[in-house]
Design a protein around this ligand. Structure first.
Ligand code: ATP
Ligand code: MG
Length: 248
């Protein structure tokens, strides 16, 4: 199912990488009173295995809407999202839920942890959906160790700092060993220092896990760490900047 893409000449990373996500001409219209507003106006791009892609653009430009669609949480009005060549926009809800659980980890600005559960239990939650190898508690402990929170396993979200909560959310996103981590403003609710910590963690996790990261952000520091930055203005891609400074 993988499409092999020829290496880009003149790029630092000239190894062959497979296209793992193909976004084809996505549009999204929503009703607003008697009118319909066009939120996304034909968005197309490809993501390759192991890439870190940031999505930037002004408030209201459509970043969160786009992330919701590529994560299978929302339907586009027209267009397709292929994950490993399979169109997730035409799937039944049951099949799509299985793809979301096994392929996609999500991280949100507001952390979205379950307040009544401990850090460890929050990370275990996705492992109780579908079939996963090993014991959920051992896996959760392993991931919380990876994000440096072994000493906080039994803390509830309100007993954790913002930075710690986001690290729990990242551990939860990795629980089912998904191919993609999709994050919407992951540093948006954090101060500069905790934002930097979360970013360092993401860089470290990329090296350790080889996962593909797609991150919407206002933070130029986050975007500067990406292999590619896709800029969206008013529902359209205006430019794609590569880490070597070239634009397409
Ligand atoms: N359910 C909805 N009904 C109507 N309009 C909506 C709905 N959800 C989003 N919008 C509109 O769609 C546009 C894009 O919203 P979106 O949340 O995707 O922007 P964003 O780029 O993520 O912004 P921000 O940087 O502020 O998070 C906005 O104008 C918003 O008001
Ligand atoms: Mg948003």
């Amino acid at each position: 199912m993988h499409t092999t893409v020829p290496p880009e000449t003149g790029q630092a990373q000239s190894t062959e990488r497979t296209v793992v996500m193909d976004v084809l001409n996505i549009t999204k219209n929503l009703p607003l009173g008697r009118e319909r507003i066009e939120i996304l106006k034909g968005i197309s791009f490809q993501i390759r295995s192991g890439e870190f892609v940031s999505i930037v653009g002004p408030s209201g430009s459509g970043k969160s809407t786009l992330l919701g669609i590529i994560a299978g949480l929302d339907n586009p009005t027209t267009g397709q999202v292929l994950i490993d060549g399979v169109d997730i926009t035409r799937m039944s809800e049951g099949k799509l839920a299985a793809v979301r659980n096994s392929e996609i980890g999500m991280v949100f600005q507001a952390f979205n942890l379950i307040p009544t559960l401990t850090a460890q239990e929050n990370v275990e939650v996705p492992l109780y959906v579908g079939k996963h190898k090993g014991s959920p508690s051992a896996r959760a402990q392993e991931l919380l160790a990876l994000v440096g929170l072994t000493h906080r396993l039994d803390h509830r979200p309100n007993q954790l700092s913002g930075g710690e909560q986001q690290r729990v959310a990242i551990a939860r996103a990795l629980a089912t060993d998904p191919a993609f981590v999709i994050a919407d403003e992951p540093t948006g609710n954090l101060d500069a220092r905790n934002g930097e910590n979360v970013l360092e963690l993401i860089a470290q996790l990329r090296t350790q896990t080889g996962k593909t990261f797609i991150i919407a952000t206002h933070d130029p520091v986050v975007a500067s760490h990406a292999d590619r930055t896709i800029r969206i203005v008013d529902g359209k891609i205006t430019e794609i900047e590569h880490s070597n400074g070239s634009f397409t």
